[in-house]
Design a protein. Structure first.
Length: 76
């Protein structure tokens, strides 16, 4: 069984990696109500294209993930 990772920790770790790493928390479940992963809060398109994004684009996505989680009222 894979233990879910904390989103804040995965974002901080991802920002320190070269190239910028993934914020995946090992949850990998899309909520059909809002179309975002319930673990990392990326859209399907962001998940699919994340590896091919340049670091600037990845950082833009990372910067919004905690705000998305807060807007959707998910507890950390």
């Amino acid at each position: 069984m894979t233990i879910p990772l904390d989103l804040t920790d995965t974002i901080e770790r991802a920002k320190t990696q070269t190239p910028v790493g993934s914020p995946c928390t090992n949850v990998c479940r899309i909520d059909l109500g809002h179309g975002l992963c319930t673990g990392c809060f990326r859209s399907r398109a962001e998940i699919k294209h994340f590896k091919s994004m340049d670091d600037a684009a990845k950082k833009i996505v990372l910067a919004d993930l905690l705000a998305r989680r807060a807007r959707l009222s998910y507890a950390p």
